[in-house]
Design a protein around this ligand. Structure first.
Ligand SMILES: Nc1ncnc2c1ncn2[C@@H]1O[C@H](COP(=O)(O)OP(=O)(O)OP(=O)(O)O)[C@@H](O)[C@H]1O
Length: 260
């Protein structure tokens, strides 16, 4: 195991938001975190990358408490792409991606060829090489999201945590971004709302509900009509498609459609 939580709890505003969660991700695998709005996904991701401190329990990286690692050591291993991350409007695209190099550079050191190559490579991977010098504030929401992913890649992490990375992306970029993240072969924990995308791209899925872990396992074992009804309050039909791919069809009120 690389990254794991052990009976982790976190409270805010007098409420227990993350309620005794134990999970782990296998090295070089993609773990999807799903759950309704407010179920605690972002809060858990922040605990995983030490942006928040656990109230009890422990988060470990290679069996070491992440609280014992220096900020720099942690940032060399683990990158976080936040939901709706804000960035100073006066920066260019490459300035934002450069921020990812911070953990690799000594204070006041000049930029090395290695730094520049990491930045160029990261921009290439998200398909934004031609936007290198574009002012950040002129980018579309989807382009900003991809720049944030490039910033995380420039950090050259082994563990990558992403909070709704497909937000703001059109369907082509949702698919290509998740395919890219998968191709990276990093150890990855990703919060997703789209159950079909989670099923398509994740090796395993953890389901949160009201701060608790209510199911974990392979997508086909976890994403059953019963689980989706209990956790999301939605009726679905599951179709087996070509190549073992499954499709979750949502049944809206009054839909009497029968499975052919
Ligand atoms: N600092 C805080 N103070 C008070 N309440 C908080 C705080 N942070 C989170 N919460 C509450 O904790 C709950 C879980 O929030 P969180 O953002 O983790 O959920 P989520 O599953 O990521 O939701 P979404 O799918 O809507 O992004 C919410 O009800 C939220 O209002």
């Amino acid at each position: 195991m690389t990254l794991a939580t052990h009976d982790v709890r976190w409270s805010a505003g007098g409420h227990l938001i993350v309620d005794g969660i134990t999970l782990s991700v296998e090295p070089n695998r993609m773990l999807g975190l799903i759950g309704p709005n407010g179920s605690g996904k972002s809060s858990l991701l922040r605990l995983l990358c030490r942006m928040r401190k656990v109230a009890s329990g422990v988060v470990t990286l290679d069996a070491r408490d992440i609280g014992d690692l220096s900020r720099r050591d942690l940032a060399r291993r683990l990158a976080f792409v936040e939901q709706q991350a804000t960035t100073d409007v006066h920066l260019s695209v490459c300035d934002v991606v450069r921020l990812g190099r911070t953990p690799h550079r000594a204070a006041f050191a000049s930029w090395t060829r290695e730094d520049e190559e990491a930045i160029d490579h990261a921009l290439e991977r998200v398909g934004l090489t031609d936007r290198h010098d574009q002012p950040w504030h002129t980018l579309s929401g989807g382009e900003r999201q991809r720049v944030h992913i490039a910033r995380a890649l420039a950090q050259e992490p082994r563990e990558l945590i992403l909070d709704e990375p497909t937000n703001h992306l059109d369907i082509q970029h949702q698919l290509s971004t998740l395919a890219l993240i998968r191709r990276l072969g990093l150890t990855c924990i990703v919060a997703l709302h789209d159950l079909n995308l989670a099923s398509l791209f994740c090796d395993r899925i953890c389901v949160l509900s009201a701060g608790k872990l209510v199911a974990a396992g392979m997508p086909e074992a976890v994403l059953t009509p019963d689980l989706i009804r209990r956790v999301f309050g939605v009726e679905v039909r599951i179709h087996d498609g070509a190549g073992g791919r499954r499709h979750i069809e949502y049944i809206i009120d009054g839909d009497q459609g029968e499975t052919p």
